[in-house]
Write a protein that binds this ligand. Structure first.
Ligand SMILES: NC(=O)c1ccc[n+]([C@@H]2O[C@H](COP(=O)([O-])OP(=O)(O)OC[C@H]3O[C@@H](n4cnc5c(N)ncnc54)[C@H](O)[C@@H]3O)[C@@H](O)[C@H]2O)c1
Ligand SMILES: O=c1ccn([C@@H]2O[C@H](COP(=O)(O)OP(=O)(O)O[C@H]3O[C@H](CO)[C@@H](O)[C@H](O)[C@H]3O)[C@@H](O)[C@H]2O)c(=O)[nH]1
Length: 387
């Protein structure tokens, strides 16, 4: 051993036997270390360095349709993002290639993995998109909805509490209003969900309220009640790909492309101008902007709030078909079908509060714009992310 080597190292290597033992010990330590880190790192399939000067947001469900658009917008707005998603419904392709984005594959009901993720990435806030969200399925299997939606939210809130994270933006829905007596729905319109999906979302809103009201609580939350999200990102290669797909606009696209059979128009005997259901379609990029603004508003003012998010314009199913025909210059093959259970005739948002409080302005409120962006994505990906 050379002069200048530490006495401790000399002690461990001053005979061939000791050297062999020391090398074996080092190999063993490295091996055990790699097993230990694998337990966590194996769930972190995509890791990048985060910018130390930026705040980090944990986006649960960030590999899903709306979540992936918000992740891209958060990056644009100079946040680091940790996407936490089981990929049970989402697509990893929807978040690849973004700077300052890490990915943890895990279930939001897994408190241990949430704790490790909070400790490792130290997010200042959470956005919660995870849910089961098929109305029909929720009627058939309500407990699945209470388990994933309510159970997931409880697990996330508890992990936030354990890790000192005070801010959450939650994906709520127009479905909490049920079948309202008014056509234009404001935040104060009575809530009366008509199915377990809407019930679970309202239960989470109530839970957030009480959790933030408790005397010892420092929790602040924003519940964003989306009306009908639609469209795709204008520059990133991401869009809407659910399986099964139940939403009108992607089903119109598929019918045009011949990949989803003929479109079924569910009911033409509603009390609406043309007899088909009227909805408020909001471009996913406008929804995304609302998240970025809500996050900044909540943290800056240390306040909670609920906001309805829509364009304030109603479009019937036949309006959507007409616009799709104009934009794509293709026929939309469709058949009239019986009403779909649970569909209210008209749901249109009053989003004055989001505009005045958050300073939010939807920029893509024409149906043709929404359809054009969805059409670009579907043309590029006729089989969704599988392409
Ligand atoms: N799409 C709409 O028009 C609409 C309207 C109103 C409200 N919402 C709500 O917005 C949110 C996002 O909707 P979306 O259309 O993007 O849905 P989505 O299914 O595309 O995305 C949800 C994501 O959450 C993940 N996820 C679900 N359960 C999970 C769990 N237990 N643990 C970890 N990850 C889990 C899925 O893998 C998926 O990536 C949902 O909460 C939905 O209820 C959607
Ligand atoms: O193949 C189809 C699909 C839908 N529709 C009709 O189109 C309208 C819109 O349906 P859809 O796109 O499935 O959206 P909604 O049922 O309105 O539900 C969406 O919008 C709600 C808020 O308004 C959210 O709560 C839900 O999560 C979200 O899926 C409804 O009248 C449907 O009956 C059809 O006629 N044919």
């Amino acid at each position: 051993m050379e002069k200048g080597t530490s006495p401790f190292l000399r002690l461990l290597t001053d005979s061939p036997e000791k050297t062999l033992f020391t090398v074996g010990l080092v190999v063993m330590i490295v091996w055990l270390g790699s097993i230990f880190s694998y337990a966590f790192v194996s769930t972190t399939e995509m890791r990048v360095e985060m910018d130390p000067d930026q705040q980090t947001i944990l986006v649960a469900g960030g590999a899903g349709y709306i979540g992936s658009h918000v992740v891209a917008d958060l990056v644009e707005n100079k946040y680091n993002v940790v996407v936490y998603d089981s990929l049970y419904k989402g697509h990893k392709q929807s978040i690849v290639g973004l700077k300052n984005v890490a990915f943890v594959k895990g279930d939001v009901r897994d408190g241990d993995l949430l704790d490790k993720t909070f400790k490792r990435f130290e997010p200042v806030a959470v956005m919660h998109f995870c849910a089961d969200s098929l109305v029909g399925e929720s009627v058939i299997d309500p407990l699945k909805y209470y388990d994933n939606n309510v159970g997931g939210a409880i697990s996330l809130l508890q992990a936030m509490g354990r890790n000192g994270v005070d801010y959450i933006v939650f994906s709520s829905t127009a479905a909490i209003f049920g079948d309202p007596e008014v056509d234009i729905i404001s935040e104060d319109t009575p809530k009366a969900p008509k199915n377990p999906y809407g019930e679970t979302k309202l239960a989470i809103e109530r839970m957030l309220h009480w959790a933030s009201e408790s005397p010892s609580s420092t929790l602040k939350y924003v519940a964003l009640r989306y009306f009908n999200a639609a469209g795709a990102h204008p520059t990133r290669d991401i869009g809407e790909d659910h399986s099964p797909e139940t939403h009108l606009i992607p089903n119109v696209m598929k019918a045009i492309q011949g990949s989803g059979g003929r479109l079924k128009v569910f009911g033409n005997d509603y009390q609406t101008p043309d007899g088909t259901c009227v909805r408020d379609y909001i471009h996913v990029m406008d929804l995304s902007q609302a998240h970025v603004k809500a996050l900044a508003w909540m943290i800056h003012n240390d306040l909670s709030g609920q906001f309805n998010l829509g364009n304030g314009n109603g479009f019937s199913v036949m309006d959507v078909i007409g616009s799709a025909k104009t934009v794509t210059q293709r026929e939309v093959p469709y058949d009239l079908a019986p009403r779909r259970a649970g569909d209210p005739p008209t749901l249109v948002a009053n989003s004055v509060k989001a505009k005045s409080v958050l300073g939010w302005r939807p920029e893509h409120d024409s149906m043709d714009d929404i359809i054009a962006s969805a059409w670009r994505w579907h043309q590029a990906h006729p089989a969704g992310y599988k392409d």
